[in-house]
Design a protein around this ligand. Structure first.
Ligand SMILES: N[C@@H](CCC(=O)N[C@@H](CS)C(=O)NCC(=O)O)C(=O)O
Length: 216
């Protein structure tokens, strides 16, 4: 299998976590021609975003779809709980993190620089992100895992998103964005030390810093 994308992308990190948890072999490459959206990469994935998984003849974009496919084709060790209600809760945590946390973060990226910031847009964006984090915290079951007593697909998705929550919120003077959400805060600490999630987060940190340094 081949996975296109840089390790600091939270969506790539989600798939890398799942691949590491299952002990699957794969080759990781940056998109040909680099980002954003080179003609060569658009031939592979017309959306132009990362990740893209290539497994034989199958070319799959979209991290959640990739994770579902890998869980269907390589079911052991399982990342979907056996109980349908727990399975739904894991999917719910995933969805809330994608839509209301990651989704709230995208409009904040153009507002990171205080010199060029639209103050009203930044305030609205930060408020939306805090609301999303509150909902996410509410749907999380525990401090060790998102749902139940074992790792699920939600634990592949949420920690990389929380990595970016820390990065983004630090630009708005908040260096402890989970401070008022003790469940999510403890979960973040636990996931940072988790034998599978921790190294993926470390790799995000290393590659993200290198990317920022290369931009000067
Ligand atoms: N919904 C997509 C989101 C992927 C995404 O937004 N990836 C970003 C990197 S974190 C990207 O490729 N951005 C480049 C661009 O939009 O041109 C997924 O889950 O895979």
């Amino acid at each position: 299998m081949k996975l296109y994308g840089a390790s600091f992308s939270p969506f790539v990190a989600r798939v890398r976590t799942l691949l590491a948890f299952k002990g699957l072999d794969y080759q990781q490459e940056l998109p040909p021609g680099g980002l954003p959206k080179s003609p060569d990469y658009l031939k592979i994935n017309p959306i132009g975003k990362v990740p893209t998984l290539v497994d034989g003849d199958l070319i799959l974009p979209e991290s959640e779809v990739i994770c579902e496919y890998l869980e269907d084709t390589r079911p052991e060790p399982a990342l979907r709980p056996a109980d349908p209600a727990a399975r739904a809760r894991s999917r719910l945590v995933n969805r809330v993190a994608d839509l209301y946390v990651m989704g709230a973060m995208f409009p904040l990226f153009p507002q990171l620089n205080p010199a060029t910031r639209d103050k009203a847009a930044a305030e609205a964006g930060v408020a939306a992100l805090r609301a999303g984090l509150g909902w996410l915290d509410g749907f999380m079951e525990g401090e060790e895992f998102a749902v139940g007593g074992a790792m699920t697909m939600a634990d592949c998705a949420v920690p990389p998103i929380l990595f970016f929550v820390h990065y983004v919120m630090s630009h708005f003077g908040d260096h402890e964005p989970l401070r008022d959400l003790p469940k999510l805060d403890a979960y973040w600490v636990n996931m940072s030390r988790h034998p599978v999630c921790g190294p993926v987060l470390d790799e995000m940190d290393t590659t993200f810093k290198a990317m920022l340094a290369s931009r000067g």
